[in-house]
Design a protein around this ligand. Structure first.
Ligand code: NAP
Length: 314
């Protein structure tokens, strides 16, 4: 087997993303030693029980000591405080990264604390599920998904290449862009869709004329697909909206304008406008499938529940 990319990988935070990285680092031989740190003993014990690492720490500063690669896998809003805590313990020449869903705010929080002797290569894997915690991780999470690197200007290209190799070793495709562009792209492909899901599930829960039990009972009509996204981790998503405020508000403004157009088309019986949009959106779905980002199987390849036929019902 070839030499691992890193001698000691420190994962700070061991939820869905951290545990999936640990499984990849171990199985794909990306690091010789995997040091795991998390704040709660309960989570650390679970990680140990699952055998995710080689050493387990309640102090992040212990995990990063002597590490040549450190990845923060915690909610975006916690990255600054953790970086301040670990900064004095980082080894010269180490690479520090993260997996946060927002990049501009993470860089603003982390960069001021990092010593000039380390390389900072922020990253974001575009892969996830609505599950959290160390038991939620799985080896294939990053396979064929994109990971975006947003190295600040002046970052050592050799460090960027090593981080790229790490993500490729996890089965991911890698692209590099500015943090600002990342945040704009993610606002429309991820953040606004999550907000819409949270909102529609919230609206349904608050309805007075349709009972909650009816919403649940008849959910296969389309509603349940929103409930999957709206079951995502509340801490993570609160932090995403608080830290990517400008890009989300910009995309929401566009969304609201387009929604008003649809509202008008429905009010005035303008079927052409509706039909044209629905035709264009079908083509986008085909593009997503052709790009290998989803399955072409009906109903996302779900096994039909008892008594149910696959497909979206009206
Ligand atoms: P998760 O499963 O909820 O795990 C979060 C981890 O962070 C746990 O180890 C938790 O520790 C720790 N943590 C939580 N709050 C903390 C705090 N205030 N201070 C220190 N540690 C804290 O989360 P995840 O889904 O892996 O997400 C982690 C990061 O990945 C987030 O930045 C998120 O934006 C990004 N991300 C998520 C997804 C996704 O779909 N889930 C996709 C791409 C990127 P304890 O359990 O010990 O409290």
């Amino acid at each position: 087997m070839s030499e691992p990319l890193f001698e000691r990988l420190a994962l700070i935070g061991i939820g869905l993303i951290g545990s999936s990285l640990a499984l990849n680092a171990r199985t794909n031989g990306l690091a010789r030693h995997i040091a795991i740190a998390t704040r709660r003993k309960e989570t650390l014990d679970k990680a140990e029980e699952l055998g995710l690492g080689d050493s387990y720490h309640l102090e992040a500063s212990e995990a990063v000591a002597d590490a040549d690669f450190v990845i923060l896998c915690v909610p975006v809003g916690s990255c600054g405080a953790i970086t301040r805590e670990i900064a004095p313990h980082l080894k010269a020449g180490a690479i520090v990264s993260d997996v946060g869903s927002v990049k501009g705010a993470v860089i603003a929080q982390m960069a001021p604390h990092l010593p000039s002797s380390v390389h900072f290569v922020p990253a974001h894997p575009l892969a996830g599920t609505e599950q959290s915690g160390p038991q939620a991780g799985f080896l294939e999470l990053f396979t064929n998904r994109w990971s975006i690197l947003t190295p600040p200007e002046g970052t050592d290209p050799a460090a960027v290449t090593r981080v790229e190799a790490f993500w490729q070793g996890c089965g991911s495709n890698v692209e590099t862009m500015t943090a600002e562009h990342h945040d704009l792209v993610l606002a429309i492909v991820s953040h606004v869709p999550h907000l819409i899901a949270y909102n529609i599930v919230g609206t349904a829960a608050d309805l007075e004329t349709v009972t909650q039990s009816e919403v649940v009972k008849f959910s296969a009509s389309g509603f349940r697909d929103f409930t999957r996204i709206a079951a995502s981790d509340p801490t993570m998503w609160r932090d995403v909206f608080l830290t990517n405020r400008d890009a989300v508000l910009e995309m929401l403004a566009r969304f609201s304008e387009d929604l008003a157009t649809l509202q008008r088309a429905i009010r005035w019986g303008d079927g052409d406008t509706l039909f044209d949009l629905f035709t264009r959106t079908r083509a986008i779905r085909r593009n997503v499938i052709e790009a290998g980002q989803d399955t072409a199987k009906p109903n996302f390849g779900r096994e039909p529940a008892s008594g149910e036929r696959a497909g979206t019902k009206g």
